[in-house]
Design a protein around this ligand. Structure first.
Ligand code: ATP
Ligand code: MG
Length: 200
């Protein structure tokens, strides 16, 4: 089995994430993709991150109509800071025969050499790097050593200039977020009054 892992804060999940995951599924013949909301330790918060349960609920709603996508609580249910290496070790145990593909935006991939135990991370999974506006794929060559580069594949497709930061900002300013994320997520945000103030 070829298993995709799409990690993120997902605050909220949006069509950028969904488009990238679907494209990766097709381009790399993934059988299943897990959407893994990250646990954010209090000291790492740079803004008022929504509760894990809100982020998980929105993720589940957003992917409900795709049978190849599954939400995963592997990071939310684990105490302590969630390092990718630990998540990957756990997934390796749960799916011993799977080939693991970590799907990330280019902005995240160029940081992998700074990740905790990144040599082990690179053994456990390959990376699928999605284009993001403003970052050229050439940055990969500049920022990553050869041993990391050989584990990174580039995803083809459109550059979608959607970010969770912009969505939170739009809600705060009373602008529409419809068509940036699936309708059930828009409705969830409205009903739970998320992102209305700076403090979450
Ligand atoms: P924030 O603005 O809060 O940082 P985000 O939109 O970057 O949110 P994250 O949850 O941080 O979303 O992203 C999870 C993963 O999805 C990261 O690897 C990120 O690079 C990737 N990603 C997010 N948005 C896009 C997009 N529009 N195109 C490609 N990749 C994306
Ligand atoms: Mg981000």
């Amino acid at each position: 089995m070829r298993l995709g892992i799409m990690g993120g804060t997902f605050d909220p999940i949006h069509y950028g994430h969904l488009y990238v995951a679907e494209n990766a599924r097709l381009q790399f013949q993934l059988d299943q993709t897990l959407f893994v909301p990250n646990r954010i330790p209090a000291h790492k918060k740079t803004y008022a991150v929504s509760s894990a349960e809100h982020r998980f609920a929105m993720t589940r709603l957003a992917i409900a109509d795709n049978p190849c996508f599954q939400p995963s609580r592997v990071e939310l249910d684990r105490p302590g800071p969630s390092y990718a290496v630990e998540t990957l070790r756990l997934l390796r145990q749960t799916y011993p025969d799977a080939e693991l593909f970590f799907i990330t935006g280019l902005d995240a991939v160029i940081e992998i050499a700074t990740w905790r135990r990144h040599e082990e991370v690179l053994q456990l999974c390959a990376f699928i790097a999605a284009p993001r506006p403003g970052l050229s794929p050439k940055t990969l060559q500049e920022r990553l050593p050869a041993y990391a580069l050989q584990r990174v594949r580039l995803l083809e497709g459109h550059h979608l200039a959607i970010s969770s930061t912009d969505i939170r900002d739009s809600v705060r300013r009373g602008l529409s977020i419809r068509y940036l994320t699936p309708d059930p997520v828009v409705e969830y945000i409205r009903q739970n009054r998320l992102y209305l103030s700076d403090t979450g």
